[in-house]
Design a binder for this molecule. Structure first.
Ligand SMILES: [Zn+2]
Length: 315
């Protein structure tokens, strides 16, 4: 029997958990659905990620408002993917911050990505008609962007660590609390999506840069919060291993179909039961195949191309 396309048949609500990671530092995890966060400044809030629609974002904000009523000055978006950015209008933030490349990617492929992600995982798009349009950053940076949180709260540092999950991922780092929000550059007990990735950079220099911060608490893009240096190291190691297995198996194959089968077989024992594993793998292998055959930048995913690749590999 054919597998249902991507996560189109995944309609079960996930349980959301709001965790206080340090004083004024919040994360909302949801059993493998995209994680989000917030950091209190002295008299303002920084929100991290925006979910897929304003309606979904407002549910998160209602929970956050049980802890703080400070106004939202900054909304930080780790990368351009629709399920993380299209809820932005709900925040009413003064400033929306991304990496320079994220702005370029939104301009280049934001519309296509929206249609692609909606079809792949419709459950995340609560009341899709509430999305007013693409989300545009109002401040961007290339290397570092520092927000002084005021009082004795220290800085929030937004940093670019190299090409990885996309061409323009950022991490948010709280040096005082040693807490990192890593976006989709690190997953903790959730499968990786690498359909827009640069596997070789990500698995080497970029993850090395992420690790060099020495986080004691790490919120990845999906999955549980990693607490303590051992769990942080394990989350980074898991991400690196997933990429290394993909590179090894796809690199040894002589056709795309063989690449998919080999990679699936090698990853499945360890990662097969993790959220979105089957959903992601055809898109992941397709992109890695391109990368290993000289296609420098990821090709744009459209709803049509998604179906073609799915039918070709995951059937
Ligand atoms: Zn992503």
């Amino acid at each position: 029997m054919a597998r249902p396309f991507a996560s189109s048949a995944d309609l079960g609500e996930k349980k959301q958990s709001l965790e206080v990671l340090a004083e004024g530092v919040y994360a909302l995890t949801a059993e493998g659905d995209p994680n989000i966060g917030a950091i209190e400044g002295e008299d303002f809030l920084v929100c991290f990620e925006a979910l897929a629609t304003p309606v979904a974002a407002r549910e998160w904000l209602a929970r956050l408002r049980e802890h703080t009523d400070k106004p939202i000055r900054y909304l930080v978006l780790s990368h351009y993917h629709a399920v993380r950015v299209l809820g932005a209008s709900a925040f009413g933030a003064d400033v929306i911050v991304t990496h320079d490349k994220t702005r370029e990617l939104i301009a280049e492929r934001g519309k296509e990505d929206w249609a692609s992600e909606y079809a792949r995982m419709p459950r995340l798009f609560k009341e899709p008609a509430s999305i007013p349009g693409l989300t545009w950053p109002t401040a961007t940076f290339s290397d570092r962007f520092t927000i002084d949180l005021g009082g004795d709260r220290g800085d929030l540092v937004l940093a670019y660590c190299g090409r990885g999950h996309t061409e323009g991922d950022l991490v948010a780092w709280l040096p005082k609390e040693r807490v990192m929000f890593a976006g989709d550059l690190v997953e903790s007990q959730a499968a990786l999506y690498t359909g827009d990735a640069f596997h070789r950079d990500w698995s080497s220099g970029t993850l090395g840069e992420v690790a060099s911060f020495g986080a004691r608490t790490l919120v990845g893009g999906r999955g549980a919060v990693a607490r303590g240096e051992r769990e942080v190291a394990a989350a980074i190691a898991q991400t690196r291993d997933f990429l290394a297995v993909m590179l090894r198996e796809t690199g040894a194959a002589s056709t795309l179909r063989e690449a998919f089968e080999r990679t699936h077989e090698a990853l499945e024992p360890r990662y097969g039961s993790w959220p979105i594993f089957e959903h992601c793998l055809p898109f992941n292998v397709s992109r890695l195949w391109d990368e290993l055959h000289g296609v420098e930048r990821p090709r744009v995913w459209t709803a049509e191309r998604d179906r073609e690749v799915w039918d070709q590999l995951q059937s």
